[in-house]
Design a protein around this ligand. Structure first.
Ligand SMILES: C[S@@+](CC[C@H](N)C(=O)[O-])C[C@H]1O[C@@H](n2cnc3c(N)ncnc32)[C@H](O)[C@@H]1O
Length: 281
């Protein structure tokens, strides 16, 4: 079988990028190599030779990457809290920023809690919570709910891939949900209509608008969800929301009637990005 020097392979692919005035980043290149060889990123950087099969796949991936497609969609793979999630352009790529919320939820959940991941997309938030709670001998019952059938199927696939048992509900927010939960995790769309055009081209061109935009204020989802929470949370049940920069005061105002112990939590970049609260007795 044909064997190719990896540096020559990089130069060959990078030339294609250069022709379009672009550069193939070494990070993306070794991410693709590590994915194809199923080795860590560091080990991928030690590889010197690849076979023709791997080279052909690198060419195929590069064709997509050159269009501006995020590498996670190219590889159908995103890492979230150390767990591999299948992603394609019908779900938002789970964000590194969102990871900061998971250990906080894991610390506060109790064994056998019923957990709802509302607006679940790839299912990353719910799945990572279940997996990390398991490591602390807390076994959770997960339900994923989303309005998008394609997204819900991806969350199913990711549960299967990560050995998580869950229920799946195709629902416009709580429309098809009758149950009560001990914990609800929700990262809803929160971008203002007017902000959408200003988003990164990579996001606009490849990520689903349905996962991002929430009316003129960016708050429409919180305004719809929060008044319904008391009927879907058990006694002293907890809500954990992700939100966009500077939305915390508006969300706090919406929560104050039915919730106490309202806490603001920072993301991995030190910005206030999550809010948790406990249902009033
Ligand atoms: C910001 S994404 C979050 C996805 C995932 N939880 C994450 O953090 O990566 C928002 C999700 O809400 C879903 N969504 C939008 N409108 C909805 C609605 N009315 N009811 C339920 N889900 C909705 C979208 O399909 C999308 O998957």
């Amino acid at each position: 079988m044909k064997v190719i020097n990896i540096n020559q392979c990089y130069l060959y692919l990078n030339k294609k990028f250069n022709k379009k005035g672009l550069e193939l980043s070494k990070h993306d290149f070794y991410t693709m190599v590590s994915h194809l060889l199923n080795v860590s990123f560091l080990n991928a950087k030690m590889v010197t030779l690849i076979n023709g099969n791997v080279f052909n796949k690198l060419k195929k991936y590069s064709k997509k990457l050159i269009t501006g497609m995020p590498i996670q969609y190219v590889l159908n793979s995103a890492n979230f809290c150390g767990f591999d999630m299948y992603v394609d352009s019908s779900v938002l790529i789970p964000r590194f920023d969102s990871e900061a919320l998971i250990p906080i939820i894991v610390k506060e959940v109790l064994d056998n809690d019923n957990v709802l991941d509302l607006c679940s997309g790839s299912g990353a938030l719910g799945i990572a919570t279940v997996k990390l709670a398991e490591e602390q001998n807390k076994f959770l019952n997960l339900t994923c709910a989303d309005i998008s059938e394609k997204a819900l199927n991806i969350s199913k696939k990711n549960c299967y891939k990560n050995y998580v048992n869950a229920k799946f509900v195709l629902s416009d927010l709580f429309d098809k949900i009758d149950e009560k939960f001990d914990v609800i995790i929700c990262n809803p769309p929160y971008v203002k209509n007017s902000e959408y055009e200003g988003l990164d081209k990579m996001v606009k061109d490849f990520e689903p608008k349905l996962a991002l935009v929430s009316g003129d204020s960016g708050l429409e989802f919180y305004e719809k969800i929060i008044p319904q929470l008391k009927d879907h949370l058990t006694y002293r049940g907890k809500i954990y929301f992700e939100y966009g920069l500077h939305q915390e005061n508006d969300i706090k105002k919406l929560l104050i009637k039915d919730f106490r112990c309202i806490k603001i939590i920072k993301d991995n970049s030190g910005n206030n990005r999550f809010i948790s609260a406990v249902k009033r007795d």
